[in-house]
Structures are given as structure tokens and as C-alpha cells.
Design a protein around this ligand. Structure first.
Ligand code: GDP
Length: 452
């Protein structure tokens, strides 16, 4: 999970506070101290953290809270809102539209993950039905074109570049021209990330920008630099009209929270984050679902986005209906497992689902988790329709469990373990009962309510 450590520390602080019999000033202060420590460890700027805790204290005036008010809910909500405020970078200057040709230019320092991100961005849109194309205007770094070519070929995305032409401006202009003629609706231009002098790099960026007239300039930055991201984002913004930012390597760095908040402080809109080296380790950045996920409350809208990608259109309403009824049968669990296996990296998908992440998917053990899911599915294949469609675990008597174990060639204790997993998930998902299922891309109150 993205920033698992930071999210875990904040959730634990909130949980400890919830366990207290009375929530008084001392308990609140302890909770806020814990949150402060976690944020500073993630390299979030001290001033931002201090302002955040001051604001929370202002909102949560314990003396003013009338008896009967749920203090815990109010504090949790305040923490949620303040984290959203710290991380909210605003909206991008331009959003490409499918079917309408747009030119998007990528800028950033060498090593930030720019070339990888260009392909991820193209691949993400291609999966959603766009017609993207990649242009390599990095003539400075030997091997840049090869790298782009390799990535593009793997993802079956058309590309343009040259081994002999040394003028990046010319290549960029020719590439854009070529793909415009081919009716590509998303033309992505990768620029150089390194020069002998910073001034030369910025000058080249300006020239490529003039020649290609991009609708959007995306600045790519590495999250491992933490709060130093503030100065880097400012420097790029001053030299070229940065309309959006993509923050990479959010998978492996404790300083990711610091980088995100620092970029937000420069009012540069983060639109995606990179969460790994693979093509689909790339996520839309939307502040509320992100914070919700950070606090272990799931990311309903991110999950819905994935569901819309992999579940056939005609089956979506039925699945959503079943979920909103809070009726979590073994068959639904089976279907969810099928979906999850199709959705790409399961760690990414699980972290969006309340209850799924920590237990079923220990961090860094993707392979084992996949194997576990497949094992569960094999056992479920030996169940009768009555067993699959019942939401009453009592139906699973000893003799049924033994029959399922025999039928699937597994041990009895494994079937029992799966039933325990089912009961745990059913309990969490039963809280969805009666709640409105959000439409695609909508943040719902659902995930917040899950923890209430
Ligand atoms: P460029 O010089 O800015 O074009 O950077 P590259 O695209 O060549 O990436 C530099 C390194 O960072 C490569 O090894 C990439 O695989 C890696 N990388 C890029 N994005 C991510 C990410 O989100 N997570 C991780 N872990 N590695 C990444």
C-alpha cells in the first residue's frame, strides 16, 4: 500500500484515542502528538504539521461539544479534512479529452522516472480507449530513445524518435506532426532530463514547448526527495508553464507524504502517482480517496474505477446492487477474487478495499497472496450452489467442510481458514448495507462510514 507506514501510524493513533473511555484534552493531545510524529517522519514540513494540529484543536473544542456528540467521529473527520487540505494540490490547467487531439509534454530531471511515466500515462489512457502515441525528444541521454521504444513496443503504443537527429526541437515537432496526421488523440512528448547546466535544460524545454505548443505540460518528480520537492517544483514552474505534476516512486519511500504535501504547497496539481516499476503501477491521484485509503478506510472510488475497467458493463449494476444490500455471500467473495486477479497488481487493488489489505495481502508478498486467493477459489469450486449463495456461516457444518476439503484436495484446516476470512470480510462489508453506491469517479461517504 502507498505510504503504508504513515497511514498505519495515523490510524493507530486514532484507534488508541477511540479506545479511551473518555476523550479529554490529554487523550486528544496524545493522539495529535502521535500524528505529528508520523507526519514529520514522512518529511512533511514542520509548519504544515503545526498548522494542521492547531486547526484540529480549534475545530475540536472538547468543552463545546455537547454531551451525546460523537467526539471520536468529530476528531476523525477533522483529521481527515486537515490531511486533505495539506495534500490538496488543486486542479490541473487542462484535462485532455478522448477523441480530441491533445499534445502533452513531459518534463523533469533525469532519473525521476519521466520516460517510464510517459509510457504508463499512455498505457493508462490506451486501456480506457484512447489512441495515444509517444515522441522521444531526449537527444541528450544516450539510450533514451531505445528505452522509450522498448516500453512503447511492449505496450503496443506507436512511437517516434531518431538515432541520428540531434536536434530535440526538430524531432518533437516532426513527431507531433506525424501523429496528428494519424489522428492520435494523446500525443506524449518525452523531453531531456539532464544537461550540463540547468539553464540549458530549461532553455531546451522552452524551445520544445514553442515548437509543439503542448496543451498540457506535466512535470515528473521523484518522491524520495521529500520536502525538497517544494524547491524543485517551484523551479520548474518558473521556467515552463507546468499544468500538472506526477509524483513517482511512491511505493518505496518513507518521504512520499513529504513530497506530496510539498508539491501541494506550491499549488501544482498532482494528477497521478507512480507506485512501482511496472506499467500498471500507476494511480490517479484524487485527494479524498487517497487520504481515505491512507487512513485504512478504503478507496471506494478507486475500486469502482477498477471495477468499471474489468467487470463487463452488463454485470456491473447487479454487483453494485448486491453490495449495497450488504448481502456478502461466498459467491460474491468468489466473484470479487476473480475481479481482483484481473485488475493488475493486487496490492494496489486490495488497499482500496476496506478490510482486504493487511490480512489477505501482507506487504511485498504479492505472489503468496495470489496463490492464497487461487487456493480459496479452488475450495469454493467444490461448494454447492446452496453453500455459495448462503450468507449464513452456520450452514457450513463439519461434514460439509470435510466434503469440500476432500473435493478440492485441500486440508480441513484450510477450508476453515477460508471460512474465517469470509466471516471477517462479511462483517466489514455488511456495513455497506443501505449505503448509496457512488457513480464512477465519485468519492462516497461510504468509506468514511465503514470505520464509524
Ligand atoms: P528518467 O531518467 O526520468 O526518464 O527515468 P526513468 O524512466 O529511466 O526511470 C528511472 C528509474 O526509476 C527506472 O529504474 C524506473 O524503473 C524507476 N521508476 C520509475 N517510476 C517508478 C515508480 O513509480 N516506482 C519505482 N519503484 N520505480 C520507478
Amino acid at each position: 500500500m502507498v505510504l503504508a507506514q504513515l497511514g498505519g501510524s495515523i490510524s493507530r493513533a486514532l484507534q488508541q484515542m477511540s479506545n479511551a473511555t473518555i476523550i479529554d484534552e490529554k487523550v486528544l493531545n496524545e493522539c495529535l502528538n502521535e500524528i505529528t510524529r508520523a507526519l514529520l517522519q514522512a518529511d512533511v514540513q514542520f509548519k504544515l504539521v503545526r498548522d494542521m494540529t492547531t486547526n484540529i484543536k480549534k475545530i475540536v473544542n472538547l468543552d463545546d461539544l455537547a454531551a451525546g456528540h460523537n467526539k471520536r467521529r468529530i476528531i476523525q473527520q477533522a483529521v481527515f479534512n486537515e490531511l486533505c487540505k495539506i495534500l490538496d494540490p488543486g486542479k490541473p490547467s487542462f484535462t485532455p479529452k478522448k477523441g480530441k487531439p491533445s499534445v502533452v509534454m513531459f518534463v523533469g530531471l533525469q532519473g525521476s522516472g519521466k520516460t517510464t511515466t510517459c509510457t504508463k500515462y499512455a498505457y493508462y489512457h490506451q486501456k480506457k480507449g484512447w489512441k495515444p502515441a509517444l515522441v522521444c525528444a531526449d537527444t541528450f541521454r544516450a539510450g533514451a530513445f531505445d528505452q522509450l521504444k522498448q516500453n512503447a513496443t511492449k505496450a503496443k503504443i506507436p512511437f517516434y524518435g531518431s538515432y541520428t537527429e540531434s536536434d530535440p526541437v526538430r524531432i518533437a515537432a516532426e513527431g507531433v506532426e506525424t501523429f496528428k496526421k494519424e489522428n492520435c488523440d494523446l500525443i506524449i512528448v518525452d523531453t531531456s532530463g539532464r544537461h550540463k547546466q540547468e539553464a540549458a535544460l530549461f532553455e531546451e524545454m522552452r524551445q520544445v514547448s514553442e515548437a509543439t505548443e503542448p496543451d498540457l505540460v506535466i512535470f515528473v518528480m521523484d518522491s524520495s526527495i521529500g520536502q525538497a520537492a517544494f524547491d524543485q517544483a517551484q523551479a520548474f514552474k518558473q521556467s515552463v508553464a507546468v499544468g500538472a505534476v506526477i509524483v513517482t516512486k511512491m511505493d518505496g519511500h518513507a518521504k512520499g507524504g513529504g513530497a506530496l504535501s510539498a508539491v501541494a504547497a506550491t499549488k501544482s496539481p498532482v494528477i497521478f502517482i507512480g507506485t512501482g516499476e511496472h506499467m500498471d503501477e500507476f494511480e490517479v491521484f484524487d485527494v479524498k480517496p487517497f487520504v481515505s485509503r491512507l487512513l485504512g478506510m478504503g478507496d471506494w472510488s478507486g475500486f469502482m474505477d477498477k471495477i468499471h475497467e474489468v467487470v463487463p458493463m452488463d454485470q456491473q449494476p447487479e454487483l453494485l446492487q448486491k453490495l449495497s444490500e450488504g448481502h456478502f455471500t461466498l459467491r460474491i467473495m468468489y466473484e470479487q477474487f476473480q475481479n481482483i486477479l484481473k485488475m493488475g497488481p493486487i496490492g494496489q487493488v486490495f488497499s482500496m478495499l476496506p478490510g482486504f489489505s493487511a490480512e489477505l495481502m501482507p506487504k511485498g508478498r504479492e505472489k503468496e497472496s495470489r496463490a492464497k486467493i487461487k487456493r480459496y477459489m479452488t475450495m469454493m469450486d467444490s461448494m454447492t450452489n446452496e453453500e455459495l449463495d448462503s450468507s449464513n456461516p452456520k450452514l457450513m457444518t463439519e461434514s460439509r467442510i470435510m466434503r469440500i476439503a476432500r473435493g478440492s484436495g485441500r486440508q480441513v484446516h484450510e477450508v476453515m481458514e477460508m471460512m474465517e476470512e469470509y466471516k471477517r470480510l462479511a462483517k466489514i462489508w455488511s456495513k455497506m448495507k443501505g449505503l448509496k453506491i457512488p457513480k464512477k469517479g465519485e468519492m462516497s461517504a461510504l468509506s468514511r462510514n465503514m470505520n464509524a
